[in-house]
Design a binder for this molecule. Sequence first.
Ligand code: NAP
Length: 290
Amino acid sequence: MGKILDGKELAQKLNVELKSEFNQLYKISKIKPKLATILVGEDPASQVYINIKRKVCAEVGIESIFIKQPATISKDELISTIRKLNHDDSIHGILLQIPLPDNLKPHTPTFINQISPLKDVDGLHPINKGRLFDNNEEYAPCTPKGIITLLEHYNVNLKGKFTVIINRSNLVGKPLIFLLLKRNATVAVCHTSTIDIEKFTKMADILVVAVGKPNFITKEKIKEGVIIIDVGVSRVNGKLCGDVNFDEVFEKCGMITPNPGGIGPLTVSFLMRNTFIAYQNKIKSNLVNE
Ligand SMILES: NC(=O)c1ccc[n+]([C@@H]2O[C@H](COP(=O)([O-])OP(=O)(O)OC[C@H]3O[C@@H](n4cnc5c(N)ncnc54)[C@H](OP(=O)(O)O)[C@@H]3O)[C@@H](O)[C@H]2O)c1
């Protein structure tokens, strides 16, 4: 099916390439790549995501260490956990699984700001956000990197394309704006205060949807030939699904990601890629300091 943007297949290919890159760098450096994952509380979805990330770490050759903290952990204790990981030279990347439990959620930016920008594999530290603003994508967040890589893999020319993103979060919508602008797309961002979203979705050449609401995008809301990236994740009757009514829009759209099997695997793959970048940068800095 030429219409399907197969994120799962691309992620598998990228992970194989990454494994070989990790091997090569390990042979030279004799230093093992290590990612620290921090999970606070018992959120079942977060536990599933962490397990998937750790499984792919093992596949590509990253040693992952798992730090589980109770939801009752204090703000200071969590900051201290992060600082210890910053100072541990054997750790190359730090991932704080979000969302945090309700009691800590309002402090999320404080915790993210504590992560060393050099180990910030989620690309959420203000320094890395600033770099992205300046067109440096080295530590850009994983989901937007995955979206762009998937489009480029399928030779979608972004130049001049009217691209509508329904999402303005730090994780998806905001960083994606910069990656798209760098590639000369024209970008519109919609959110809950947008008046008449349909007006925008019907004009989109490329539509990125990340709202977390099943069937948010239906056939009437799109134009013929649009390329759809379905990022949202929901669970309906125990089954994962995206934001787009896939069966309904399939005939009308030009290309579409399946969901699951689209952006999810690429997000994980780019977490591995960002860990590789952090690992490589650390090895380079060791060489300079020798
Ligand atoms: N597949 C993956 O790898 C992956 C990665 C990241 C996220 N996700 C999924 O993507 C979704 C978004 O994640 P997130 O972390 O960005 O969540 P978020 O911070 O809650 O963002 C949701 C965005 O959708 C907008 N929105 C919600 N309902 C809307 C509506 N009725 N009309 C217009 N806009 C609406 C919100 O607008 P406001 O800003 O106005 O509230 C917000 O910008 C979730 O389902 C998440 O699970 C998937």
